[in-house]
Design a protein around this ligand. Structure first.
Ligand code: ZN
Length: 416
């Protein structure tokens, strides 16, 4: 009988300084067997450092079992001679349970004949090695076509493999924290990437992506994804729901065809590093002012020169009943949801705009762009053009003529 797990052997006799002789947990292979010419059953603990392994007699030699955390794959066997605690961890819980009951029988010396003993031979290197956590593939010929990826992977890179889509076998790797599929030919992302519940980093630069699926924005990635690189793709826009990826710290969107950034960009409150250089952005969303970044790169976008004297007027007076009701719902923070309102109304309310006066407007407003110095939202700003500018056009909305004319007065005064 054999068991693979991590083992730490602690001596109970070492110095009385309060710390017991602390070994270090190592991957190990445990075997139960009977050495030639002996009656009692032995426990053999082989590790990568000590593959022939240490042998411990079990017959009437166990002082205590500690099995409180056996369901978590942990247990300790306290031996009498030598005075050590054999601490087992990271074992498969059911294998551990059957192993421990065999150890108990070996200790009692009853029914020893029925125990599934194994030969006490040194472990093979592969049996005591750590499960593979990281795999880096950088060419098509290294790519595994028939063999599965090790289930234990936390970091997988498969670059320059000419992948046209994401391999479904990758989506079974539930421990993945970092997935790097840069420099491939991926056109579309499956919504099931959202099933990778630990995924913190997703590298997709230099692919053929044209869109980012809404289902990904509303998946468990919301709670885990911190780094996303979508640079060098063919994206024209990101969905509004993109801003629900609220754990994002690092976002790279350079070298796409983006004509706008997500409307509710300001909701990405954790975001610290943003780059969207060499896109087609004429202006930034009004929400952009809420960001608090360490570094921002918007180089090479065709930002327009704001002219607040020529606004886009979409104000309908008197306001429609729908507009009035919608404004009141947002202004008085009345909660709404799909259980209360038709979903298109919820979507409209989600897209409400904030006037400079702080009040909301929905589809009746005056819109213009103003100049914003990007240092207002970021410590380090890469120049937006070769002329040394750090200013960009940002959208702003006005809920009424009064609000717009107040703004205009201020604007004209400051430019006089
Ligand atoms: Zn207003």
């Amino acid at each position: 009988m054999r068991l693979q797990c991590e083992v730490e052997v602690l001596s109970r006799l070492l110095p009385s300084c309060g710390l017991r002789g602390r070994g270090r947990a190592a991957r190990a292979l445990l075997s139960l067997g009977r050495p030639p010419g002996q009656r009692g059953v032995c426990l053999l603990v082989s590790t990568a450092r000590d593959r022939p392994g240490a042998r411990y007699q079990l017959r009437e030699n166990i002082e205590q079992f500690f099995t409180r955390f056996v369901e978590e794959g942990k247990a300790t066997v306290r031996l009498k001679e030598p005075a050590v605690d054999v601490c087992l961890s990271k074992a498969n819980a059911s294998n551990l349970k059957s192993f421990l009951s065999a150890v108990r029988l070996a200790h009692q010396g009853t029914n020893v004949e029925t125990l599934p003993l194994s030969a006490l031979v040194p472990a093979k290197a592969s049996e005591v090695e750590k499960p593979k956590m990281k795999m880096i593939i950088t060419s098509r010929k290294e790519y595994p076509l028939t063999k599965n990826f090790p289930y234990s992977l936390e970091h997988l890179q498969a670059s320059y493999c000419k992948l046209a889509r994401i391999d479904m076998r990758m989506l079974c790797l539930k421990k993945l924290r970092k997935l790097d599929l840069s420099h491939n030919h991926i056109k579309k992302l499956p919504a099931t990437i959202g099933d990778l519940v630990c995924l913190q980093e997703l590298h997709l630069q230099d692919n053929h992506l044209e869109s980012f699926d809404i289902a990904l924005c509303t998946s468990t990635l919301q709670n885990s994804l911190q780094f996303l690189d979508l640079s060098q793709n063919k994206m024209k826009a990101l969905p509004v729901q993109f801003c629900q990826l609220k754990e994002l710290i690092h976002l790279k969107l350079d070298d796409n065809e983006l004509i706008r950034l997500p409307f509710k960009m300001g909701q990405l409150s954790q975001l610290r590093f943003l780059s969207a250089a060499r896109n087609k952005l004429p202006f930034l969303p009004s929400d952009f002012r809420k960001l608090s970044l360490e570094s921002l790169d918007l180089f090479g976008n065709p930002f327009e020169h704001p002219n607040p004297l020529v606004p886009d007027i979409q104000l309908k007076i008197p306001l429609t009943l729908l507009e009035s009701a919608a404004r009141a719902t947002v202004n008085y923070r009345i909660s709404y949801g799909h259980h209360l309102l038709p979903s298109h109304l919820c979507d409209d309310l989600d897209m409400s705009k904030a006037c400079q006066c702080g009040r909301a407007c929905l589809s009746s407003f005056i819109q213009t762009t103003v100049t914003m110095n990007l240092h207002h939202v970021a410590h380090t700003v890469v120049l937006v053009d070769n002329m040394g500018g750090t200013e960009a056009a940002v959208l702003c909305y006005f809920c009424s003529l009064t609000c717009y004319s107040q703004f205009l007065d201020k604007h004209l005064q400051s430019n006089r």
